[in-house]
Every structure is written in structure tokens, then in C-alpha cells.
Design a protein around this ligand. Structure first.
Ligand code: UDP
Length: 249
């Protein structure tokens, strides 16, 4: 089946990572999956949230924020601050990003620090939450390496890379990495987050005014896993290049 943009059902959009675009962050990445582009910044603060101190919890914390820049959507989306409240979708997405990254960071090893992950959508064409996770994984890995370089830690607390991709069922066909046009049309919406070992961090699958079969769920899982393996290979290539040439600072 040919898709709206000519891709095959198992084909990701072109993936690109631009490093060091926000030099004051500990690690920053502009991730692109086709037309979807998200700025991911990781900043490490030498402090932990008050609730951790109050409950005498050792180690560090990682938290995420997500927002869409007003001009990232086809019709301008007002900033949350202009509306006086953060919208439910953003809350849902930033919690997903936080959970995904915490699954691969050794918070004990991080020590009494907070990793702030800030994801700002520059251009939205479907899959912004998944692109944010894939980009943030690299930004956090880079920021944590810097801690080692600065001799604040012996080894980086990032245990694994994590990546995410969407999938769905469109006209009975299972497809991966949906663009906005596809996202609007699908009967099933699926988001997968997994580590470089292929272990799952989160599997979200919901029928949009419809149901899906066991077979379709298996197909979406298989497409998602294949896509994530490709994304992790792309992340690894970026990190390997970084060993040779450091990012601009
Ligand atoms: N979208 C939009 N305005 C919004 C929310 C979403 O234009 O306020 C578009 C955008 O292209 C986004 C897509 O709808 O990527 C799908 O949104 P969804 O909530 O499924 O999240 P995403 O797929 O981006 O993770």
C-alpha cells in the first residue's frame, strides 16, 4: 500500500538530529522526523525537588516539560501562559516523556541533581511526543556525559538509549510513524516507547471510535519495534560521531 507521502507501511520518515542548538543547555538536540521538528534540551540542576528532601529519598530526579510553539501548528496555537493554564494534552505528554527517560537513567547514580528535560515543538506534523522522547534521550545522554567530563561523576548515569514511534491502522492497513494527515484519519492510535535492548517502557494503544484486533496489535508492535531499532541506530551513530568531534558549545 502506498501512503499519502509515498512511504511503505514500515517506513519511517527521514530522521535527523542536530546537536548543540541551545548551547546553554547541558545537552540539546533538534530532532526531525519528516516535517515534525522538536527542540529538546536537558539541563542539570545541582538540587532535588523539595518532596524528595522531605521524604529523605536519596539520588536524583528527572522531570520533563513539553509545549508547542505558537507557530508550530497550521493554525496558531496560543501559548498556555496566554490562556492561564497548561492544557491537558501537554500534561499527558510531558509525563510520558518524564517516565520514558526515568526508565533509562540511574537516578541513584545521578546523585542529588535534577535533570530538566524541555521539549518545544518547532513544527508539528504528527508524532511530536514520540519525536520528543527520541530527541530527549540524546540530549540527556549528552548532558550526562558532560557531568563526567566535568568530573562530577565517574560514569554517566544513562544506562540505555530510549526511542519512541507511533503506529496506527489506516483503512485496515497497519502503518508506522504517522504524519498529521494519517494521524487524523486513523482508526487506531498507537505509541510505543522502548529501549535499545528492545525492552518496552510504554505501550499505548487506543481505538479512536473503533476497536482493533489482536492481530493488528501484534502488527503495530512489530512495526513499532522495527522503527525503534532504526531510531536507536541513528542515535548511536550520532553519539559515535560525538566521540570524535564534540558538539559546538
Ligand atoms: N495538533 C495540532 N494542534 C494541537 C494538537 C495537535 O495541530 O493542538 C496536530 C499536530 O500536527 C500533532 C498532531 O495533531 O503532531 C497529532 O497530535 P497528537 O495529540 O496525536 O500528538 P502527537 O502525534 O504530536 O504526539
Amino acid at each position: 500500500m502506498d501512503r499519502i507521502d509515498g512511504r511503505t507501511s514500515d517506513q519511517l520518515r527521514p530522521v535527523a538530529f542536530e546537536l548543540g542548538i541551545a548551547p546553554y543547555a547541558g545537552g540539546s538536540v533538534l530532532v526531525a522526523m519528516g516535517k515534525t521538528r522538536v527542540i529538546c534540551g536537558a539541563t542539570i540542576e545541582e538540587n532535588v525537588p523539595r518532596w524528595m528532601k522531605e521524604q529523605a529519598i536519596t539520588g536524583g530526579w528527572l522531570t520533563a516539560e513539553y509545549s508547542m510553539l505558537p507557530y508550530s501548528t497550521q493554525t496558531r496555537k496560543p501559548r498556555d501562559i496566554a490562556k492561564g493554564r497548561i492544557d491537558g494534552r501537554s500534561v499527558e505528554i510531558q509525563r510520558l516523556i518524564g517516565r520514558s527517560l526515568r526508565a533509562v537513567v540511574d537516578l541513584e547514580k545521578l546523585g542529588p541533581r535534577t535533570v530538566w528535560v524541555d521539549c518545544d515543538v518547532l513544527q508539528a506534523d504528527g508524532g511530536t511526543r514520540t519525536a520528543a522522547i527520541t530527541g530527549a534521550s540524546l540530549a540527556v545522554a549528552i548532558a550526562c556525559r558532560k557531568l563526567v567530563k566535568e568530573k562530577k561523576l565517574d560514569t554517566p548515569p544513562v544506562q540505555k538509549l530510549v526511542a519512541a514511534v507511533s503506529a496506527g491502522v489506516l483503512d485496515g492497513n497497519t502503518i508506522v510513524d504517522l504524519n498529521y494527515e494519517e494521524d487524523k484519519a486513523v482508526a487506531v492510535d498507537f505509541n510505543l516507547v522502548a529501549t535499545e535492548d528492545g525492552d518496552f517502557v510504554e505501550v499505548q494503544s487506543s481505538g479512536e471510535e473503533s476497536t482493533f484486533s489482536n492481530g493488528q496489535l501484534d502488527e503495530m508492535l512489530a512495526l513499532g519495534r522495527k522503527g525503534i531499532a532504526e531510531l536507536i541506530a541513528a542515535q548511536r551513530a550520532v553519539l559515535a560521531r560525538l566521540m570524535v568531534t564534540p558538539p559546538p558549545s
